[in-house]
Design a protein around this ligand. Structure first.
Ligand SMILES: [Zn+2]
Length: 372
């Protein structure tokens, strides 16, 4: 009987320890207040067999790009869909939730229309409930703007999660409040016109360029995607390998050919493996997982490597795989990877005669086993 009580006590202790661990997980990283979280380095090429590291960006890209569109813009749905197919990228639609399927559906769109875009691989996220429109019968306060828009999206597109926000602009934009946004979202897009230095990203108020993807032709180096992809282009070293986020409003027919030129250029950069064009929510997840990640090579033998990857973020939401690069031996001609009993994406790359595995691993989902 005594040992029974003892075992029960141990069990209770273990369960509460696990519960505490989950509680300690972060929903968002605090603003770094201009302080670098780490040093920006070139792509890493581990020197010894079984050495591994987390890549700065998915698929070991040099920089990242997110394309977002605000204010519903239904007349552009078809054109952006066509562009996405032609140049192989997806966009994030930040929608004003109270206007969808309303009296102005011609411009504001319908839930069926947005569900269709989602099915194609694009994303639907929150641009608040009324866009800070205090004349709207739905307006109440900033909490309602953020909370209710999330609920509205999730109710009207069943199974879909709204996890990021774009702060509405306009005359009432002073009402925006990141302390309220963090209650509902893991990231929020602001409108400061620059790239996001990867080591200083403020995930709850990211910078974003309005209506343009500048490559080598921006007024300032801090507004240029070339700063992110070409080492030495920017004097500020922190801009190398940055995340360029941009937001469009209406793409009227007369500006479409200009935007398409920029899309064609970034699509070439993506095809060459230099640029990751990621959904806003995926970049926000990748960044915060990476910034808190701990990687451990637990086991290595000539034909098997076991890697554990953990982070400090909330696992129910932060479920995006991080790209891990691991040094192999030239005798590895093929590669298999699994995590938690499930197949994981992987490939082999060669550099200067050395062989590396590129493996997609989700933090806190169990050890990844890499084998020949
Ligand atoms: Zn807006």
């Amino acid at each position: 009987m005594k040992s029974y009580i003892f075992i029960s006590l141990i069990l209770i202790f273990c369960i509460s320890a696990v519960a505490q661990d989950v509680d300690k997980q972060k929903t968002n990283l605090p603003d770094p207040k201009g302080k670098a979280r780490f040093e920006i380095k070139d792509r890493d090429w581990p020197a010894k067999f079984a050495e591994a590291s987390v890549c700065l960006w998915k698929n070991d890209a040099i920089g990242a790009l997110s394309i977002t569109i605000d204010d519903n813009c239904a007349p552009d749905h078809e054109w952006w869909t066509e562009m996405g197919k032609k140049y192989d990228f997806n966009v994030t639609w930040f929608v004003i939730a109270s206007t969808v399927s309303g009296s102005n559906a011609g411009f504001c769109g319908t839930w069926e229309g947005f569900a269709k875009l989602l099915k194609l691989g694009h994303d639907i996220q929150s641009h608040s409930l009324t866009h800070l429109n205090q004349e709207s019968p739905e307006w109440k306060d900033i909490n309602m703007e953020y909370e209710e828009s999330q609920k509205r999206i999730e109710k009207n597109i069943p199974g879909h999660k709204a996890v990021v926000l774009a702060y509405p602009g306009g005359k009432n934009s002073n009402l925006n409040d990141s302390a309220v946004a963090v209650k509902y979202y893991i990231g929020a897009r602001g409108t400061t016109g620059s790239v996001n230095a990867t080591n200083k990203t403020s995930y709850l108020n990211t910078a974003s360029m309005s209506g343009v993807i500048c490559y080598g032709d921006a007024k300032w180096e801090s507004q240029d995607l070339k700063s992110a992809l070409e080492k030495g282009f920017a004097k500020n070293k922190d801009l190398y390998r940055a995340w360029y986020c941009c937001h469009f409003h209406q793409a009227k027919p007369e500006v479409r050919s200009l935007i398409e030129k920029q899309l064609a250029l970034v699509s070439e950069k993506a095809k060459a493996g230099e640029l990751w064009i990621g959904l806003f929510k995926d970049v926000v997840k990748y960044g915060q997982e990476r910034d808190t990640a701990v990687l451990n090579v637990k086991e290595s033998s000539p034909d098997k490597i076991v890697i554990s990857l953990t982070d400090e973020m909330k696992d129910q939401i932060f479920d995006y795989p991080l790209t891990v690069k691991v040094r192999l031996d030239p005798s590895w001609k093929s590669l298999k990877a699994e995590q938690g009993g499930k197949k994981a994406d992987c490939r082999i790359v060669e550099k200067d005669g050395a062989v590396y595995g590129i493996v997609e691993i989700v933090p806190d989902k169990g050890d990844a086993v890499i084998s020949k």
